[in-house]
Design a protein. Structure first.
Length: 140
């Protein structure tokens, strides 16, 4: 079990401690920057691709990481370890998981959310396409 999985499963009460999620995600980001430079570059490319979608803005996510918002609606967020979580609605989530384009959400399982691991530049186009699908689903 990774530190991220341990924190999500066993320390989720920390999400209610002010700044604890942001600090944890900052540590994940620092670790990723030290150990996986190609992942950081891919994450930066996804942020740039998101900004090309009309109306999308980057935010600080309440549980750490970079949020992708359309108005007041959160479309998703990117954790410091490269895990992209996207709000798609249940039907689209089921389709994406069935097509193996995404995984069930790392915490909520089969829900209106999906997760997608960004590990390198090879994942950028698919991550950007998934984010675009969320944008379209949200009525953007």
């Amino acid at each position: 079990m990774s530190a991220f999985e341990f924190a999500v499963r066993r320390l989720r009460w920390l999400a209610r401690v002010p700044l604890a999620p942001q600090l944890f995600d900052a540590l994940l980001l620092a670790w990723t920057a030290l150990r996986h430079r190609e992942r950081i570059e891919a994450m930066e490319a996804i942020e740039a691709a998101a900004l090309e979608i009309p109306g999308i803005r980057l935010t600080v996510h309440r549980l750490g990481g970079v949020g992708f918002s359309l108005g007041r609606r959160e479309l998703g967020h990117l954790h410091g370890n490269g895990l992209l979580d996207l709000h798609t609605g249940r039907k689209l989530a089921g389709e994406l998981v069935a097509a193996r384009r995404a995984e069930p959400h790392h915490f909520f399982g089969e829900s209106a959310w999906v997760s997608y691991w960004v590990r390198s530049a090879a994942d950028v186009n698919e991550a950007a396409a998934l984010l675009r699908r969320c944008f379209d689903w949200a009525g953007g």
